[in-house]
Design a protein around this ligand. Structure first.
Ligand code: HEM
Length: 457
């Protein structure tokens, strides 16, 4: 295997800088060795709320083997994500979790190098490619939902949408011809994503990490073998666009960069879309009045030959508001880690270079100071007027600043296409009784797989 494609063993983001002293920051170290890891994983919202009540919005905590700090609230989000002084490294924050499996993915690059790569990759999200993805998503969703209708009734929504999202990624990201070949690839991806949050971080035989590293080799070999034919072709899928992308000076992206970026894209899109579409359907099932409103809206938007078209996408304003509200309540990326690369001060507290710093969309999205009755599902929070009246970093499901989600428009596209096709075909309800809770970490997920009942309309 090309050395550039092998799983990274050492990278600048994983090599540990000297640990700065954080004793001047309020907080504690929690349990010996594991610190607060278990507490925070079990209920990240309650953990942050409890720390905030005890120590305030800047507190020290000890997780995943390292002491770091959390900064809460929209101003903190702006400081860290907008990062006008280039003080926070994304690679240094995410690398601890991701760089063995997704080395040099876009989120694992920083500053000038990141900007160079991001500009090259942006070509895959321009209007032309987005039109092609819309066609692919419409077709894939319509076909799958018709198949669901062959046996309507009780189903588990979460595994069904997870599998559909993988199929859609195969067509929109890789091209329709690849679908038959992608089973091994899908297995490999599932192993890589599972390994990115594995407790045992070394690929010892039999561990989740070992399977993830093997998955990485399968995926890297798959993409690398296909770059030459994709470069020469005229494919409209995301992979083909990356193969033909160039840096500002006209140089094509090297094979290793294409492989790294493709692997990262698939990972970044997969669980986030699975989680957010599950949240949307969960809230619509719990709030039949909103389900009926969105169904009326979907009925008013005619589409073209059974497909949601460009004009229809723009017209689905209430669907967009409901999707945002689902992202507010269950942000698919609940915390965003960075590492300070220089000393910096925030609200009179000095943050030394080398500190792991996290901001917390989950906490911010539930702050009663910002959101009335924050636990209540209320899509009207996202009218233009209501949104304009809030701090621009109060709602951050896609992050913000230089690393803001590159697939944001793709995510809205898939969510709207799915809602439009789904609500025109089905009414969805939850079984009687109190719904099971959601586990919020590492990505919001219904613990029972979200059993629902679908009635064909
Ligand atoms: C609802 C769905 C999604 C959510 C909530 C989401 C959320 C996020 C967030 C919060 C970040 C920034 C992380 C940080 O700053 O630390 C991010 C980055 C990114 N996302 Fe998404 N994402 C979603 C879907 C997608 C999709 C569909 C794609 C690809 C088609 C994608 C590709 C990326 C990429 C490439 C980055 C890295 C950007 C950079 O570092 O410049 N995401 N996403």
């Amino acid at each position: 295997m090309d050395a550039d494609l092998a799983p990274a063993d050492v990278s600048p983001s994983r090599s540990r800088p000297a640990r700065p002293s954080l004793a001047h920051i309020p907080g504690d170290r929690g349990w010996p060795i594991i610190g607060h890891t278990l507490q925070a994983l079990a209920d990240p919202m309650a953990f942050a709320a409890q720390r905030a009540a005890r120590y305030g919005p800047i507190y020290r905590r000890h997780m995943f083997g390292e002491e770091g700090i959390s900064l809460l609230g929209p101003e903190a989000n702006e400081l860290v994500l907008f990062d006008t002084t280039r003080s926070f490294s994304s690679a240094g924050g995410w690398g601890r979790m991701l760089d063995r499996l997704f080395p040099r993915g876009l989120m694992l690059l920083d500053f000038d190098e990141h900007r160079l790569h991001r500009r090259a990759l942006s070509v895959a999200f321009k209007a032309g490619p987005m039109r092609a993805y819309r066609v692919a998503l419409n077709r894939g969703i319509a076909t799958a939902l018709d198949r669901w209708g062959e046996a309507p009734g009780a189903m588990r929504f979460y595994p069904a949408i997870k599998s559909l999202t993988l199929d859609l990624a195969a067509t929109a990201f890789l091209g329709a011809g690849e679908v038959a070949e992608t089973e091994a690839l899908q297995r490999a991806f599932i192993d890589m994503v599972a390994a990115s949050i594995a407790v045992v971080r070394w690929p010892l035989p039999g561990t989740v990490m070992a399977r993830g590293v093997r998955g990485r080799a399968v995926v890297a070999a798959y993409f690398a073998a296909r770059v030459p034919e994709r470069r020469a072709g005229a494919g409209d899928d995301l992979f083909s666009h990356l193969c033909r992308a160039t840096y500002d000076d006209g140089r094509p992206l090297p094979v290793a960069d294409i492989v790294n970026h493709m692997s990262f894209f698939m990972m970044a899109a997969h669980d986030t879309l699975t989680s957010s579409l599950s949240s949307l359907i969960y809230f619509l099932a719990r709030h039949p009045e909103w389900q009926a409103r969105l169904r009326d809206e979907a009925g008013r938007v005619a589409g073209t030959e059974g497909m949601l078209d460009e004009a229809g996408l723009d017209a689905l304003t209430e669907t967009e508001m409901a999707f945002k509200e689902a992202l507010r309540l269950h942000p698919p990326v609940p915390a965003l880690p960075r590492r300070a690369v220089r000393d910096i001060e925030f609200r009179g507290v000095s943050i030394p270079a080398g500190t792991v710093v996290s901001v917390d969309p989950l906490f911010t999205h539930h702050m009663p100071e910002i959101w009335d009755a924050p636990e209540h599902f209320e899509p009207r929070r996202f009218t233009e007027a209501a949104s304009a009246a809030r701090h621009r970093f109060a709602f951050v499901p896609f992050g913000g600043g230089a690393h803001m989600c590159l697939g944001l428009h793709f995510a809205y596209l898939q969510a709207k296409c799915f809602a439009w096709h789904f609500l025109r075909r089905y009414r969805v309800t939850l079984p009687a009784g109190e719904p099971a809770p959601w586990r919020m970490w590492p990505i919001p997920k219904p613990v029972d797989g979200l059993p629902v009942h679908l009635a064909r309309l």
